[in-house]
Design a protein around this ligand. Structure first.
Ligand SMILES: C[S@@+](CC[C@H](N)C(=O)[O-])C[C@H]1O[C@@H](n2cnc3c(N)ncnc32)[C@H](O)[C@@H]1O
Length: 370
């Protein structure tokens, strides 16, 4: 056999220009994504992270694996940017990153997530996730049972009540334009201070709180003010759904950072709303003041506005007005409005548009009216 040994010229050599280098990096990144996902357990971990962030030990208990093995899997997934670490005080939680989908690796990640989300969780995994959620909820409930008597002092360490209650009330009044709604639900009324305003805006109001002690305070407040159209339910949004509660408006002030799975709570809110209904929530923007976990029983150190947008969009809610309020002690409060479309279409709306968080108060107009 004859072999040709032609002299090599430049065009035969691999490209060394910058476009070529960039493309090579893109291929390498894409390969990294698929490589990291070439493992059944890692895929199941990603599946579990669909709606919630978990710590390493929580994931160990969900999958019954040793901490060293779980840490290794998370490291591989984090390197491929399939998960990201989120610091909550001394603890690290892992979650899916919010992706822009603007290059092939990002598109591959999004595609992998949506394929995974078509798969059901095993009954065992679902039960163990339920146990983790239960432990988180108990931790939060225990705090409010213990500190019900000193609630206000704890709350004011972060933000004084009028700071968020006033914009929430104004937003509600503006939307209702003097009309009363039929049914309104307040989740986590605490001592009940907002019930007085709410009872004037609706024919009937439900106050839902998973702490018996806090709900008793709200009951006492309503009795003292003779608020005759308020009824009380001990429990969470799951209990309300089980009792077939269906309302026009839901309000929750400073509750979301106390709940085991904020994404699930927003999804439950969407299910509790009648078509055309509205959810208004106020909560903290993401912060790093970890003392709030100990002193105020916070499970989460606030939220990125994009996270809340994503949970709303995943629940079929359209985004309305947002207000961001800077607090002198370094906290920022976000007041967010979401609307369930009138046709009751709870179809997923995909990733929500990201909103920038300003340090001062900022607003953008609502697109829908009640
Ligand atoms: C920080 S307090 C806010 C109270 C009141 N909204 C305010 O702004 O003054 C949080 C309240 O939410 C309640 N809560 C926490 N997790 C809850 C859940 N999963 N379901 C219902 N209520 C919850 C607590 O018991 C507490 O009353």
């Amino acid at each position: 056999m004859l072999l040709n040994f032609w002299p090599m010229n430049d065009s035969m050599l691999p490209h060394s220009d910058s476009a070529g280098t960039e493309a090579a990096a893109d291929y390498a990144e894409l390969a990294g994504v698929y490589k990291a996902c070439g493992d059944a357990l890692r895929l199941e971990i990603l599946r579990v992270l669909e709606r919630n962030a978990y710590g390493v030990l929580e994931l160990c208990s969900i999958f019954d694996v040793k901490q060293s093995a779980m840490s290794h899997h998370l490291k591989v997934l984090a390197k491929a940017r399939m998960v990201e670490a989120q610091r909550e005080g001394n603890s690290i939680f892992y979650r899916r990153p919010i992706l822009a989908g603007d290059d092939s690796a990002e598109l591959a990640r999004l595609q992998l997530y949506s394929n995974l989300d078509l798969l059901p969780l095993t009954t065992d995994t679902r039960d163990r996730i339920g146990n983790v959620g239960e432990q988180r909820a108990q931790q939060s409930q225990a705090f409010f049972s213990r500190y019900a008597e000193h609630f206000q002092a704890h709350q004011e360490l972060i933000a004084e009540y009028p700071l968020y209650a006033t914009p929430v009330r104004d937003m509600l009044q503006q939307q209702l334009a003097g009309e009363k709604v039929n049914r309104l639900l307040e989740i986590g009324p605490g001592e009940g201070a907002f019930l007085e305003d709410l009872s004037q805006m609706a024919d009937s109001v439900i106050a839902l709180d998973n702490s018996e002690e806090m709900l008793q305070k709200a009951r006492d407040f309503a009795d003292a003010r003779q608020l005759s159209n308020v009824r009380f339910i001990v429990g969470d949004t799951r209990s309300a759904l089980e009792q077939s509660v269906s309302v026009d408006v839901i309000v929750m002030n400073m509750v979301l950072h106390h709940v085991a799975s904020p994404a699930d709570m927003i999804r439950d809110c969407a299910a509790l709303l009648r078509p055309g209904g509205m959810l208004i929530l106020s909560d903290l923007s993401r912060h790093d003041q970890s003392w709030a976990r100990e002193s105020c029983g916070d499970l989460w150190l606030g939220f990125d506005s994009t996270e809340i947008s994503r949970w709303g969009a995943q629940s079929g809610l359209a985004e309305g007005e947002s207000i961001y309020i800077g607090v002198r002690n370094g906290f920022q409060i976000q007041v967010r409005q979401f609307l369930l479309p009138k046709n009751g279409n709870r179809a997923l709306t995909g990733e929500a548009a990201c909103q920038s968080e300003g340090s001062a108060t900022s607003t953008h107009p609502s697109h829908c009216n009640l």
